[in-house]
Design a protein around this ligand. Structure first.
Ligand SMILES: *[C@@H]1O[C@H](CO)[C@@H](O)[C@H](O)[C@H]1NC(C)=O
Ligand SMILES: *[C@@H]1O[C@H](CO)[C@@H](O)[C@H](O)[C@H]1NC(C)=O
Length: 811
C-alpha cells in the first residue's frame, strides 16, 4: 500500500525554529517520490538551503530517501515558494507499480504553501493507463474557472509532439474514469491553507485505445447536462489527433449532444469530424457543424477528430469546441389493468421505494405512493417512468374462520399468483395470514414435495418459506426438497414466500403449500417427518436461532423407511436454567408405552438410535435465564437385521444374473432362428398360476422350486429381464430383490406375518439362494424347451397345446 500512495514524505520529526528568521526542518522523501521546492517570486531574497554545507538557492529538488535538513532563510517562505510532490506510476501490460492515487492530507507542514501533487503515469506500449474516479466523480471546468472547493485536478497526455492538457476537473461530477494513451500525468493543485479531501483514485492497466485519451462519463439518472471541452481548450486540439468520450446512459434515458463555441481550423489534409459509435449499430460520421443526433439506445462513444491543420499563418485558429451533453428521461406512461377476480384470497400491494425516482403511480387517475388492489377487484393503474426497482410489488391475504364448522373443508392451496406484465416490477413476496379458530391448529403440507428447514449446513437456495407466529416470532424457514411432510402449529401464523436475495417470485400453477385449519393438537408444534435413505435431515427447534417459548412443546413424528433405523445426534444445544419444570428431549417409539430416551436440561443429550417409527418430543421449561434450543441431526442406517439380508440378496442376485445370462444366450439363439414371437408356456406340474413377487409366495422349499420355474409363464418375463438387463447393465441388489421385498412389506402395520415368513425362508435358505435355484430336471426342461421351440414344425403344436410343452422324448 505504501508504495501506491503519495504519502510523499515521512516526517520523522520536524520543527519550526524561528532562529533569526530561519525556518528549519528535516525531511525524508519516500522512495520514488520527488520533492520540488521552488521560488515563484523573481528576484526574492528568500532562499531555500540544505545539506551540511548549507547550499542556498531559489529551488531545491529532493529525490532519495535520506533525511535532509532544509532551511528557509526568511520569515514567510510560503509567500515565495511552491512545493511540488511528484510520484511515478508505471504499468506493464498486466499491472501497475501503484494502484491508488491519493494526496496525503496529513502533510500539515506544507499547509501554508501552494502545493501540487503530481502523479506521472506511464503505460506499457500500446496500452492506456486508466484512472478511476467513480468514487468521487469529476466534472470538467474551463481552465480559467475555479473549483468551488478549490480542489482542482488536471490531466495531461505526453505525446511525441508535446504535452496535451486533456482537461481541468473539479470534484463531484459524472466523469467516472479516464484512460491516457502511453504517458501522461494527473495532478492536484492545492492553494495555500487548503485542507485536502482524502480522495482516492484507482490506477490500472487500460484498454488499447486508438486516441490520445478516452474519458468515461456516466450520465446521471435524472435530467441534467454537462459540459466537456476539447483538449487544450481554449487553445487548439492537437494536430491530426483523436479524442474519445464514452457515455453510459440508463435505459429509458436519452442524450442530446450539442457543439458550442466551435472554432474550426483550416485543414491541409483530412477533415474534422464527430463520430458516434454504439453497440449493434453502424458508426455515424458527421461534420462538426451538423446538428448532432439524439442518442437514445444506450451507451455510446463520441470520437472527435482533428485534421492536419494549416498553421503556417500565425494566429490562424485551431480546433476548439465545448460539448454540451444533456440527459433526460425518455418519458413513458404505462396503463395497466389489474383484474384480481381470479385471486380469491390475495390482495396486491405496490409501494414506491425511492423518493428520488421519477416514478409516478396512479390508481383510478389519483397519484399515490402506496397502492392496494383488493382481492377480487378490477382496477386501472398507470405508471409513469417507473423502473423495476422503483416499485415493490407484494401480495397478501387472510385465510381464517372463527368456528371449526366454518373453516374451509378442503385444504386451501397457497400458490404464487401470476400478475399482469404491465406492472413495473415483479412480485417479490406473498404472505398468507392463517387464522384458525380459538385453540385450533394450522396444518401445512407441501404439494411440491416434503420441506426442509433452512439451516446452516442445509441451506435453501431458491424459494424460502418463512413461517412466523402472530407476535412476529419465526417458527422457521423452509423450502422444498426435504423430509418434512406436514407442519402443524397450534396458533395463528403467517406464511411468507420470498426468493433468495429478493429476486422475483416465479408464478406456478402448482401450489407451494396446502393449508388447512383444524382442531386442537396436544403440542404447540408437530412436524411429520419421513427421512429418506442417504440424506441427513437437520431439524431445529421452533424459533431457531432463538430459543423456544416458555413451556412450548414440539413433536417430530418420524416414519422411517422399512428396514432402516434412525441415528439421532443433538447439536448446538442450549439449555436454560429453569425456574419451573424442566426442559425435556424424549424419544418414544410409536405404539410403545415406554420412553426410549429422555434427557432434562441438567443431563447430557448424547446420541441415540431408534429402529422403528418414533416420536421425538421436546419441551421447554419456564426459563429463569437462557434459552432452550437444539438442532437434531437424523441419519438413516440399515438396521442390523438388514445387513444379513443384504448379503444373502447379493448372492441371490449373482445367481439370478447367471441364469439370466444363460437365458439371454438361449433367447438370442432362438431369436436368430425365428423372428415370429410366440407366447410360450412352460410345463407346470401343479397347475398353479403364480407370479413372482405376488402375495402367494411359497411357504415350502418344494413348492418354491416348482413355482419359480412354473411361473415363468411366458417369454414376456424374459423379455422384461432382458430389457432390464440392458438398461441397468448389471443386476444390483435393488434391481432384483428390492421390489420383491417391498411388495411383501406393503402394509407397515400388519407386516409381521409376511416379513417373518419371508425372512425365515431366506435364513433357512442361506446356502442356496432363494430365487433361481432349480433341480436339474427343470433346467433341462427349460433348455430343451427353447431348443424345441426353434423347430418350426413343432412350434405350431406347442402353441396349440399351451402348457404341454414338455418335449417328447425329454427326460
Ligand atoms: C410425543 O408427542 C406425541 C404427539 O406428537 C404424543 O402423542 C406422545 O404421547 C408424546 N410422547 C411423549 C413421551 O411425550
Ligand atoms: C452448530 O454447531 C456446529 C458444530 O457443532 C457449529 O459449526 C455451528 O457453528 C453451530 N451453529 C450455530 C448457528 O451455532
Amino acid at each position: 500500500m505504501h508504495s501506491s500512495r503519495v504519502t510523499a514524505f515521512l516526517f520523522f520529526y520536524y520543527f519550526f525554529l524561528a532562529v533569526s528568521g530561519v525556518q528549519r526542518l528535516t525531511l525524508t522523501p519516500d522512495r520514488g517520490t520527488t520533492l520540488n521546492i521552488s521560488s515563484q517570486v523573481k528576484g526574492s531574497a528568500c532562499k531555500v538551503c540544505s545539506g551540511a554545507r548549507r547550499r542556498c538557492d531559489t529551488t531545491l529538488v529532493l529525490k532519495d530517501s535520506t533525511p535532509v535538513v532544509v532551511e528557509f532563510d526568511c520569515r514567510r517562505p510560503e509567500d515565495v515558494f511552491r512545493v511540488e510532490i511528484i510520484r511515478n506510476i508505471e504499468c506493464t501490460t498486466k499491472s501497475c507499480s501503484g494502484d491508488i492515487i491519493q494526496a496525503d492530507s496529513g502533510l500539515h507542514l506544507w499547509l501554508d504553501f501552494h502545493r501540487t501533487f503530481t502523479w506521472n503515469l506511464k503505460a506499457s506500449v500500446l496500452k492506456a493507463i486508466q484512472v478511476d474516479f467513480s468514487k468521487v466523480g469529476l466534472r470538467q471546468m474551463s481552465p480559467s474557472v475555479n473549483c468551488p472547493d478549490r480542489h482542482a485536478y488536471t490531466m495531461k497526455a505526453f505525446q511525441a509532439t508535446g504535452t496535451v492538457v486533456i482537461g481541468k476537473y473539479c470534484r463531484a461530477g459524472p466523469i467516472s474514469s479516464a484512460q491516457i494513451l502511453n504517458e501522461g500525468s494527473f495532478s492536484l493543485d492545492a492553494p495555500p491553507g487548503l485542507k485536502l479531501q482524502s480522495d482516492q483514485f484507482g490506477v490500472s492497466v487500460g484498454e488499447e485505445i486508438k486516441s490520445l485519451a478516452k474519458i468515461t462519463v456516466s450520465l446521471p439518472h435524472q435530467s441534467s447536462s454537462i459540459e466537456l471541452l476539447s483538449p487544450n481548450f481554449p487553445e487548439s486540439f492537437p494536430d491530426d489527433d483523436v479524442m474519445e468520450w464514452y457515455f453510459h446512459i440508463e435505459a429509458k434515458q436519452k442524450a442530446n449532444v450539442e457543439f458550442l463555441n466551435l472554432t474550426q481550423p483550416r485543414c491541409l489534409k483530412k477533415e474534422t469530424a464527430a463520430e458516434y459509435h454504439s453497440k449493434g449499430r453502424e458508426a455515424l460520421v458527421l461534420r462538426l457543424t451538423d446538428t448532432q443526433p439524439v442518442q437514445n439506445r444506450g451507451d455510446f462513444t463520441l470520437t472527435l477528430r482533428n485534421c492536419e491543420m494549416d498553421r503556417r499563418r500565425a494566429g490562424s485558429p485551431g480546433l476548439s469546441v465545448k460539448i454540451k451533453v444533456s440527459a433526460s428521461r425518455a418519458s413513458s406512461q404505462v396503463l395497466c389493468g389489474v383484474d384480481l377476480r381470479k385471486m380469491k384470497v390475495l390482495s396486491l400491494h405496490l409501494e414506491r421505494l425511492s423518493k428520488a425516482s421519477e416514478c409516478e403511480m396512479k390508481m383510478n387517475s389519483v397519484t399515490m405512493e402506496k397502492i392496494t388492489v383488493p382481492s377480487g377487484s378490477v382496477t386501472q393503474l398507470s405508471f409513469q417512468d417507473c423502473l423495476p426497482n422503483d416499485v415493490l410489488v407484494t401480495a397478501s391475504g387472510v385465510i381464517g374462520c372463527t368456528q371449526l364448522k366454518d373453516c374451509p373443508k378442503s385444504p386451501v392451496p397457497l400458490s404464487v399468483p401470476s400478475l399482469p406484465s404491465c406492472l413495473p416490477g415483479p412480485l417479490r413476496a406473498v404472505t398468507w395470514a392463517l387464522r384458525p379458530p380459538l385453540h385450533g391448529t394450522v396444518e401445512l403440507t407441501s404439494s411440491i414435495g416434503p420441506l426442509q428447514q433452512h439451516l446452516p449446513g442445509q441451506p435453501c437456495n431458491d424459494s424460502i418459506i418463512t413461517v412466523s407466529e402472530d407476535d412476529g416470532a419465526t417458527v422457521g424457514h423452509f423450502c422444498p426438497q426435504g423430509a418434512i411432510q406436514k407442519v402443524q402449529i397450534h396458533t395463528k401464523i403467517s406464511v411468507t414466500v420470498t426468493r433468495k436475495g429478493g429476486q422475483a417470485l416465479r408464478p406456478a400453477v402448482k401450489p407451494l403449500l396446502m393449508a388447512s385449519l383444524k382442531e386442537e393438537i396436544a403440542e404447540r408444534y408437530i412436524f411429520t417427518v419421513s427421512p429418506k435413505r442417504d440424506k441427513t435431515v437437520l431439524l431445529a427447534t421452533p424459533g431457531w436461532p432463538e430459543g423456544m417459548e416458555s413451556y412450548a412443546t414440539v413433536s417430530w413424528i418420524m416414519s422411517l423407511p422399512p428396514k432402516m433405523e434412525a441415528h439421532l445426534m443433538f447439536f448446538n444445544i442450549s439449555q436454560p436454567k429453569c425456574a419451573n419444570r424442566h426442559t425435556n428431549i424424549r424419544v418414544q417409539r410409536i405404539g410403545s408405552l415406554e420412553e426410549d430416551y429422555s434427557r432434562r436440561e441438567d443431563e447430557e443429550a448424547e446420541e441415540t438410535s431408534v429402529a422403528e417409527n418414533f416420536y421425538l418430543n421436546m419441551s421447554n421449561c419456564m426459563p429463569e435465564r437462557g434459552d432452550f434450543k437444539v438442532i437434531t441431526e437424523l441419519t438413516l442406517q440399515k438396521s442390523a437385521n438388514m445387513m444379513l439380508v443384504t448379503i444373502v440378496s447379493v448372492v441371490a442376485a449373482l445367481v439370478l444374473l447367471f441364469i439370466v445370462v444363460l437365458v439371454v444366450v438361449c433367447f438370442v439363439i432362438k431369436k436368430k432362428k425365428k423372428k415370429l414371437e410366440h407366447q410360450v408356456s412352460i410345463y407346470n406340474p401343479n397347475g398353479t398360476d403364480f407370479r413372482a413377487g405376488h402375495n402367494g409366495f411359497p411357504k415350502s422349499r418344494e413348492d418354491n422350486e416348482s413355482h419359480v420355474y412354473a411361473s415363468i409363464e411366458d417369454t414376456l418375463v424374459y423379455t422384461h429381464l432382458l430389457r432390464k438387463g440392458a438398461e441397468m447393465g448389471v443386476y444390483t441388489e435393488s434391481d432384483t430383490y428390492q421390489p420383491f421385498m417391498e411388495q411383501t412389506l406393503v402394509s407397515k402395520d400388519g407386516n409381521t406375518m409376511e416379513v417373518a415368513v419371508y425372512q425365515d425362508y431366506l435364513l433357512s435358505d442361506q446356502q442356496a439362494p432363494p430365487l433361481p435355484n432349480r433341480p436339474p430336471s427343470h433346467n433341462q426342461a427349460l433348455v430343451d424347451n427353447v431348443i424345441y421351440q426353434s423347430q418350426p414344425s413343432l412350434d405350431e403344436h406347442s402353441a396349440k397345446m399351451g402348457p404341454r410343452l414338455e418335449p417328447e422324448g425329454g427326460n
